[in-house]
Write a protein that binds this ligand. Structure first.
Ligand SMILES: *Cc1c(COP(=O)(O)O)cnc(C)c1O
Length: 381
């Protein structure tokens, strides 16, 4: 089976992890700060807080921006459930903004309309979480321009988009957001097995993020409520979590990050080849929007004339590990039970009905890709 996504680990990655096992701290040593510095350098942001998953990163980003009971958080229905769950962890309400059917990202026009209505009914969100679907950055400049005057904070869910660019800057620079979240799950641009990070250019926010990532405990006298009683002293000043990344994971991340540009080049070449080979079929293909350069996490096609289930099963039976990204979050039973219904976000639902994710990962070679394309062409015939 050719999988839809796969990590790429080489002997240098293995040696980096073994070196930590044999010579260094397993956790709370120097690898995590080194990884954080490498992330800020790559992404051109000033602060990074590495944690044990992208989900944890989303959770502490919401907490650090003050999301709590009575607040509202908006995100895209075409995402992994973690993009919405993070607000629920904080006791906040979740709502969604429909997608743009071309970019598959949160629609700026739909966002503008929804904000107008929310302003009238006094139900503006505290935070909006745009998701860079498949690796393509949202139109952050416009989203910032319409949300900043309303005092709404932005967390980019860039779990798909590390290595991508927006307006010639790396995704993660936080030029138009308060924080940007990354995931290092094995299918993402780089992996630490499990892991994530929050990037920000706000020093105060970075301190709060770090506090929430480790029990709410600080050794920084500036964050303590009383004077330090001595070198042993620490204080718990908030209710945080144990969301720390270990040094083993961070060492893998440092090694992986040095190869990120090569990974993205390989992904972009595969995507370009799909674009060329599939151009004449009755499909919608991913687009490149103005100003953004995708990290090509996913290659999702939409079937315009065929039943998705038929084609999906045919591909799977012939060894093509297709997938579907995503079942709209608002249609999950947990969210339906909160009040959401089919029909609430028609573009997201239409996209879901027709979508299939084709295999895309750095080591997918030309003959494997031709096998995917020929099997697809055969299934559509
Ligand atoms: C992978 C992913 C996450 C969660 O990341 P984990 O590291 O698996 O917790 C969040 N949002 C999106 C869009 C993702 O794809």
């Amino acid at each position: 089976m050719i999988p839809y996504g796969r990590h790429h680990i080489d002997p240098i990655d293995v040696a980096a992890v073994v070196d930590v096992l044999e010579n260094q701290f397993l956790t709370q040593g120097q690898q995590v700060p080194r990884f954080e510095n490498a992330l800020t350098a790559y992404c051109q942001a000033t602060h990074a807080v590495a944690v044990n998953s992208g989900t944890s990163a989303l959770h502490i980003a919401c907490l650090a921006l003050g999301v709590g009971p009575g607040d509202i958080v908006w995100t895209s229905p075409i995402s992994f459930v973690a993009s919405a769950n993070c607000a629920r962890y904080c006791g906040a309400d979740v709502d969604f903004v429909d997608i743009d059917p071309v970019t598959r990202n949160m629609s700026v026009a739909a966002l503008e309309d929804k904000l107008k209505q929310a302003k009238i009914s006094n139900k503006l969100p505290k935070v909006i979480i745009p998701v860079h679907y498949a690796g393509l950055s949202c139109n952050m400049q416009e989203i910032r321009a319409i949300t900043q005057p309303l005092g709404i904070a932005l967390i980019e869910d860039a779990s798909h988009a590390l290595g991508g660019h927006y307006e010639n800057r790396p995704v993660g620079s936080c030029q138009y957001s308060d924080a940007c979240v990354l995931s290092f799950h094995p299918v993402k641009s780089i992996t630490t097995a499990e892991g994530g990070a929050v990037l920000t250019n706000n020093a105060e926010l970075a301190k709060t993020l770090r506090l929430f990532s480790s029990h709410g405990i600080t050794r920084d006298p500036g964050l303590m409520e009383e004077k330090s009683e001595g070198p042993w002293f620490y204080q718990q000043v908030a209710l945080g979590y144990n969301y720390r990344l270990s040094d083993l994971h961070a060492a893998l991340g440092i090694s992986q990050l040095t190869k990120l540009d090569d990974f993205i080049k390989a992904r972009a070449a595969i995507a370009q080849r799909y674009n060329d080979l599939l151009a004449d079929l009755p499909l919608n293909l991913p687009v490149c929007s103005e100003g953004a350069c995708s990290a090509w996490h996913l290659y999702s096609i939409e079937l315009l004339e065929h039943e998705r289930a038929d084609i999906f099963v045919k591909l799977q039976q012939q060894g093509i590990g297709v997938n579907v990204h995503y079942i709209p979050i608002h249609l999950q039973p947990y969210y339906r039970q909160l009040r959401f219904r089919p029909g609430d976000f028609p573009h997201a639902e239409a996209f879901y009905q027709r979508a299939i994710t084709l295999p895309l990962y750095p080591a997918l070679d030309e003959s494997q890709q031709l096998q995917v394309v020929n099997t697809l062409i055969g299934s559509l015939a």
